[in-house]
Write a protein that binds this ligand. Structure first.
Ligand code: NAD
Ligand code: FE2
Length: 387
């Protein structure tokens, strides 16, 4: 077996209504005054209420709340939140929301802990020391950001996503409370579930960086998603389905943050930054195409997944790998997900703009883990196929 390093520093707590005891967790990590980061929808819907109650009842002071995180948060949002947190004298951060909220909280924490401009810390391994305590409560079952070592923030002017990656970015604790996910609408449930599925299948295929541990997490996460995402999409109040998809998303997060992602994420980052499409939805559309592109490089890995998921009985790896692609397309249909870029708001673009998008994808950090090298022409072909 080849040598590997596996990071899993985040404490994970799972259970219905666990969010209501968040104060105990914050206290354990030494927090005295929390800065809550969330978005306006969640705040209005009362999803954050049990968290505020718990923190205030525990005498952790009147908490400061920033509820203005937009989907695909950007530099401006992070800067406003940092100003508010600094004024409030907060010493720890609690993130309640989807990936946009959690990533915002991570980068706010960088600025609060070290001071200065966030751009000084972007890229890989540019954080000098441990950050202030950060506890994350995901309200989507998709990004895995509650355990990942990365954050993505949009540079709206440059139309690209900035990557922050460091072992210090892993949150101190992740509280997985399925009750907080019940209000997520069907389309976003399916799309975020496919983000997690893409994490797991891309981590599995990242042959040079994956390990037996990341493979195990990726396979089980994919299985839970195949088994429970249709039910979570059909009935948001199905707490069993919500629980399984929520835990699967965290498992897929651990897998990809150690093994990496690949071509689907590279294309989704480039497309999302340009056209504002939702991250999970964009991954879903590209996923079957990415699998087809990589099939010749990792038929054994895809075959392993297809057999583990019970969607292939073929002893032939290539045949079983094709069954995986087929199974993913069928799961998309069962979850009522669109299968074309034009259905998710991507316009028909001229050759020049397509070349720019493809260039952004081949230079995206996610592509370095892909098992097969992709050229600008390859990406252009996938875009046209998926359009
Ligand atoms: N850091 C990482 O490891 C990582 C990994 C993957 C994706 N991401 C990032 O995460 C972002 C996408 O996050 P996301 O897919 O979780 O979506 P999101 O956080 O952008 O939220 C999408 C929408 O869903 C709503 N929503 C969230 N939870 C809800 C709930 N429980 N009930 C009702 N509405 C709810 C939000 O208000 C928002 O309008 C992208 O910016 C992507 O780049 C980060
Ligand atoms: Fe993702």
């Amino acid at each position: 077996m080849l040598p590997f390093t596996f990071h899993a520093p985040t404490r994970i707590l799972f259970g219905e209504h666990t969010a209501g005891s968040i104060a105990d967790v914050v206290k354990e990590f030494g927090g005295k005054k929390s800065f809550i980061v969330t978005d306006a929808n969640l705040f209005k819907a009362g999803v954050v209420a049990p968290i505020i109650e718990s923190l205030e009842a525990a005498g952790l002071g009147r908490t400061a709340i920033f509820d203005q995180v937009p989907p695909d948060s950007d530099i401006r949002c992070v800067n406003s939140a940092v100003a508010m947190a600094a004024e409030g004298g907060c010493d720890n951060i609690v993130a309640v929301g989807g990936g946009s909220v959690i990533d915002t909280a991570k980068v706010v924490n960088i600025c609060l802990t070290y001071g200065g401009d966030m751009l000084d810390y972007q890229g890989l391994n540019n954080l000098p020391s441990k950050l202030s305590p950060l506890v994350c409560v995901p309200t989507t079952a998709g990004t895995g950001s509650e355990v990942s070592l990365v954050a993505m923030i949009k540079d709206a002017e440059e139309r690209k996503k900035l990557l922050f990656g460091s072992r210090f970015l892993a949150p101190d604790a992740a509280i997985l409370d399925p009750c907080l996910v019940v209000g997520l609408p069907p389309r976003l449930t399916a799309a975020t579930g496919f983000d997690a599925l893409t994490h797991s299948l891309e981590a599995l295929a990242a042959v040079s960086t994956s390990s037996v541990i990341s493979d195990a997490l990726a396979l089980e996460a994919a299985k839970l998603i195949f088994e429970h995402l249709p039910a979570a999409t059909a009935d948001g109040a199905d707490l069993e389905a919500r629980s399984h998809t929520l835990v699967a998303s965290t498992m897929a997060g651990l897998a990809f943050t150690n093994a990496g992602v690949g071509i689907v994420h590279a294309m989704a980052h480039a497309t999302g930054a340009r056209f504002g499409t939702h991250h999970g939805m964009t991954n879903a559309v590209y996923l079957p195409y990415g699998l087809e592109f990589n099939l010749s490089a990792v038929p054994d890995k895809y075959a392993l997944a297809a057999r583990f998921l019970g969607i292939s009985r073929s002893a032939d790896d290539e045949r079983a790998a094709m069954d995986l692609v087929d199974g993913v397309r069928k799961l998309m249909q069962r979850c009522h997900l669109p299968s074309r870029l034009r259905e998710i708001g991507v316009p028909d673009i001229a050759e020049g703009e397509l070349a720019e998008l493809a260039e952004a994808a081949v230079t995206d950090p996610a592509i370095m883990f892909n098992p097969r090298e992709a050229t600008v022409e390859d990406i252009g072909g996938i875009f046209k196929g998926a359009f």
